[in-house]
Ligand binder design. Structure first.
Ligand code: NAG
Ligand code: NAG
Length: 411
């Protein structure tokens, strides 16, 4: 499946940034989904690539963290070095990721681009004018055509799961998101895109990371940190609704129309990723797994966990099976006619993954088993990546002022 370029560039929905009573601004998001086939069966190839992408991205953040802080990231155990590299055998020409993207403006005069808003990384990059690999069809950022562009005289290289990289040169320029503007914002103009960012795999032009500067490969303030430091954002918070209808990123606060009840805030346990504790995971209300370290990542489709905890979770689901042979290492199935409700508890409040969100599709047409949205990564040490399978069920607030992540029920 290929998204025609025209449909990406003419997205009237994306431009709707408007002030609200809370004086934050909102930006509508588009979703690109490919993990379930039209007939309700699972796209196993896309899932395996998803898992490889998520684990590789996390490792990249650990490397940047260590470079920036001089200390090893506490979640970065040595496990990866001895991992059975099942996912290494997957041909990653196309990650087929689910992602959420919306519009930003860069440069003077401002040019608009679409970007994947990713809370699991911290850097902004776009295709540059000299991009020679996988940039065709994307809109190019040309610093020579922006009066506010400044060459940072530094390169960058971001490794992705297929062993290829996004590489290029760093610049600083004016960047606006939902009408909020940061000046002298560091960004990358790519000279190569890895295959996973070619237009057939990745509909947005670039990627905008929303985590802390600690994991920035540029070792520079990420866009949201700049908006806060330059007092462009009303409050040092942003929030996501990632549900299929009305997905939105809200900058400078939380959009009170989109959630009900109190926001349950979990403190960030370590700045870098949006890292919080999951107090427990439950199956149909029965506790299955105890405390977990987790990173909250809008740029990952699945919920990815360590093998021991994920096995313990599926052990509580009658009929659950290891799906290594049918889908890939780390995947499990559950009976399609008895999909459980898995709940994650943050800050004393349990939020459910709906059976519809948990179900990634039937193993094959007519098969009784469906693939579960919680997946084990043997290359990860003991922490979880909480991605869209969970996040589409809740309203999520990322609070950089108070260093906490809040969850609330969708209204
Ligand atoms: C692109 O290449 C030209 C010619 O080598 C060079 O002058 C320019 O600085 C490059 N631009 C970027 C953004 O890398
Ligand atoms: C969980 O609840 C669903 C829906 O009621 C049911 O089909 C399933 O068997 C239950 N599973 C467990 C493990 O209790």
């Amino acid at each position: 499946m290929r998204l025609p370029l025209g449909s990406l560039l003419a997205l009237p929905l994306l431009a709707s940034a408007s002030p609200t009573p809370e004086s934050g601004t909102r930006i509508a998001l588009q979703k690109r989904a490919r993990i379930m086939n039209a007939d309700g069966t699972v796209n196993a190839d896309a899932l395996r690539k998803q898992l490889a992408y998520a684990t590789a991205k996390t490792r990249r953040g650990f490397v940047a963290y260590e470079k920036n802080t001089g200390a090893k990231h506490p979640l970065d155990s040595a496990k990866g070095t001895t991992a059975r590299r099942d996912t290494g055998s997957v041909p990653l020409a196309d990650y087929s990721r689910e992602l959420w993207y919306g519009q930003i403006a860069v440069g003077t005069p401002p040019q608009t681009y679409t970007v994947d808003f990713d809370t699991g990384s911290s850097d902004l990059f776009l295709p540059g004018p000299n991009c020679s690999a996988n940039c065709a069809g994307h809109k190019v950022y040309d610093p020579a055509r922006s009066t506010t562009a400044a060459d940072a005289h530094r390169g960058f290289s971001l490794m992705y799961g297929d062993g290829s990289s996004v590489t290029g040169e760093q610049y600083s320029d004016t960047v606006s998101v939902a009408g909020l503007t940061a000046t002298n914002q560091r960004l990358g103009a790519a000279k190569t895109y890895s295959a996973g960012f070619s237009t057939d795999a990745f509909p947005a032009d670039g990627l905008l990371g929303l985590a802390y500067a600690h994991i920035s490969s540029y070792a520079a303030p990420p866009v949201f940190a700049s908006l806060v430091a330059q007092r462009a954002a009303a409050q040092p918070r942003f929030a996501f609704k990632l549900a299929a209808d009305g997905a939105e990123l809200f900058l400078g606060g939380a959009d009170a129309r989109l959630y009900t009840g109190a926001v349950a805030y979990a403190p960030v346990t370590h700045q870098g990723y949006w890292q919080v504790d999951v107090q427990s995971a439950a199956v149909n209300g029965t506790r299955a797994v105890g405390r977990l370290d987790a990173i909250v990542d809008t740029g990952t489709t699945l919920v990815v966990g360590d093998e021991v905890a994920v096995r313990a979770l599926y052990a509580k689901i009658p009929g659950a099976r290891d799906a290594t042979l049918s889908v890939g290492m780390g995947f499990f199935t559950v009976p399609c006619d008895a999909i459980p409700t898995v709940g994650l508890t943050f800050a004393g409040t349990t939020f459910d993954i709906s059976p519809a969100a948990f179900n990634l599709g039937r193993v094959s047409p007519g098969a009784p088993d469906c693939v579960g949205g919680i997946v084990a990564a043997n290359q990860l040490s003991e922490f979880w990546i909480v991605g869209d399978v969970f996040l589409q069920n809740v309203y999520t607030v990322f609070d950089m002022g108070s260093n906490r992540v809040g969850f609330a029920h969708l209204s």
